[in-house]
Design a protein around this ligand. Sequence first.
Ligand code: SF4
Length: 315
Amino acid sequence: MKMNKSLNLTENRDAKLIEDILCLKRQRKTIILAHNYQLGEVQDIADFVGDSLELSQKAAKTDADVIVFCGVHFMAETASILCPDKVVLLPDIHAGCPMADMITAEGLRERKRELPGAIVVCYINSSAEVKAESDVCCTSANAVKVIESLDAEEILFVPDQYLGHYISTKTDKRISPWPGFCPTHIRIQPEHVTRLKQEYPQAKVVVHPECRPDVIVLANEVLSTGGLCRYANRTEVKEMIVGTEIGIIHRLRKENPGKKFIPASEQAICPRMKLITLENILWSLEEMAPEVKIPEKIRLKAKAAVDKMLEIGRG
Ligand code: SF4
């Protein structure tokens, strides 16, 4: 009885929060963008849910005045790089990506001096300063296409060594990876996948390329989160073992009620992604803060690297 009462209180609180967010959103001409790893209730309130590439394309096209970015810091920075006239809000300024923090602009400049002939390809999971030091950006969805399109044999790939390793298996170009990694994806171990394959022999294994190579070799498909959602929608397969951050399971189950999605590891949680909540989305809209804004000199250089990626995507 008591439990039902507290459940009702939570539902009422969420309903009121959502109503207030939607009301302020209209007043401020706002679009809410959410990454596939966000909490379920945050995904549900967003105008658009997607992967890094889809979100940056959406940010580039929107005619909203304000973008509330439900993701991590580098994603809000990318929106600000592409839309300098818009207010870009990140509801919790501490929502940073540990992998993006594994490289600095100074560290990259040093490495470039050691590899003077290399083209620098920078995964979108990086700061604006690091993008500004790079020749072109990529996401996990378009990394191979971007690298194949370049007129260079040697690539300095930053900051994810595992995505770099995956790309090196798909191209003849020489890839020198920066030694960064995603602390969430490395929690997925090959033993987890092997055990689940025994338990669900009919299931297909779909994993993100940020996973370790010994996990990737066990997969039927290696896909970005956007690619993974499209695969789940179109495939006849009824059971999938999903090797990426577990926030995506919410969207997969919502869009595919007849299919079963099994997280490869319940430990694959990105704590920084979960810092965004309904409460801080509302506070952020009330106070129009914290705003993410890039100094113009860095923004222009970073934008050149992002634009080059978007152009290759259109080609
Ligand atoms: S899941 Fe990994 S790459 Fe993505 S934001 Fe979290 S730490 Fe960064």
